[in-house]
Design a binder for this molecule. Structure first.
Ligand code: SAM
Length: 327
């Protein structure tokens, strides 16, 4: 059993702020054995710092001050995503879920202890699958959110022998009972789709779901997924990040390629850096499919990317923040 560790994080650096208004300057964040950790040594590999935070900043500008009082994170990990939403979206009603009690309890503590005024936030924290822990509050009290955020894993567990080992990991998706379109399943988007379907009942009028998507499959698959789940999807931001946990994630995609899915797209960091040079993520979103086409000659499938990683290459992937509004 790995003991929980405590991280001290410079809020201004992590969230790209001049100075935090609602959070303490230094955050004290507990990471338990099963919490998905932040990548403080390489913020370009960190989803909350490099992808969610710019997306929240952009959304706050679009929705206006006070436009997103209700925020929910499905699969919050350490709760840093909720802290970003409190700081940047001005969220005051915050819902969080994750699979394990210890993760949710520490995320709850991480949120409340790092606020300048914890009394200003109404926090609902529940342990369990996707939005199920908040379903009773939605049914009884009419709980609704303006922004529902998810950064769920992509990789299904491939066979029974790995089930026990990988069920413990936050990076793999166990088999699901829901009906999921084959095109969604084959693009390894099952959990994102199921989350979108569930989120409809939790959205306030005018609300949106933000899905953090590693774009290892063609961007069109994301728009199709949103449509199949009953939404109008568009890209809020498009960019690239360093592949975190590269050996495990690349090997996982390579296994699925051998089983006939994919190919999945990865890149050398220098190639994506050049393709996105000078473009803010919201500008890149407006020309996402053209950038994707330009990058095609540089794409490495999972097997090739894994070999390049072993040879010392820095492997990256593109990401898209999908903004889905119920139809
Ligand atoms: C990639 S981490 C993201 C953590 C954090 N939200 C972020 O953006 O950095 C995925 C998180 O989803 C959680 N998760 C995976 N499957 C889930 C499910 N079915 N229901 C709720 N949470 C889930 C994992 O435990 C993990 O904390």
């Amino acid at each position: 059993m790995i003991q929980p560790r405590s991280l001290s994080i410079d809020a201004a650096r992590y969230f790209g702020l001049a100075a935090p208004a609602r959070l303490h300057d230094r955050l004290s964040v507990t990471v338990t054995e099963r919490s998905f950790p932040p990548y403080l040594d390489d913020l370009q590999a960190d989803w909350v710092s490099s992808v969610a935070t710019p997306a929240f900043r952009l959304l706050a500008g679009r929705r206006g001050a006070g436009g997103s009082p209700g925020f929910c994170s499905i699969g919050t990990g350490t709760g840093l995503d909720a802290l970003a939403a409190i700081e940047l979206l001005g969220a005051t009603l915050v819902g969080i879920t994750d699979l394990h009690e210890e993760v949710v309890a520490s995320a709850r503590g991480n949120i409340l202890t790092n606020l300048r005024d914890s009394g200003a936030i109404h926090l609902l924290a529940g342990t369990g699958d996707l939005l199920a822990p908040l379903a009773a509050a939605a049914a009884q009290d009419g709980l609704r959110f303006d922004v529902i955020y998810e950064n769920l894993p992509n990789l299904p567990i491939d066979d029974d022998s790995r089930l026990a080992e990988r069920r413990k990991s936050s990076s793999f998706v166990p088999p699901r009972p829901e009906a999921v379109p084959a095109a969604v399943r084959n693009a390894l988007l099952t959990l994102h789709y199921v989350a979108l379907v569930q989120a409809r009942e939790f959205l306030a009028p005018g609300g949106a779901v933000l899905s953090m998507l590693g774009a290892r499959v063609p961007l069109q698959r994301f728009l199709d997924m949103a449509e199949r789940a009953g939404y109008r999807g568009s890209f809020l931001t498009y960019g690239w990040k360093i592949q975190a946990e590269a050996p495990e994630v690349l090997a996982g995609h390579a296994e699925w390629q051998r089983l006939g899915l994919g190919p999945f797209h990865f890149y050398r960091a220098e190639d994506v850096e050049r393709a996105f040079a000078g473009l803010a993520p919201e500008e890149a979103a407006l020309q996402a499919q053209a950038i994707e086409r330009d990058l095609a000659p540089h794409s490495l499938d999972a097997e090739t990317a894994l070999a390049a990683h072993h040879d010392g290459a820095r492997i990256a992937h593109t990401y898209a923040v999908l903004h889905s509004v119920a139809e």
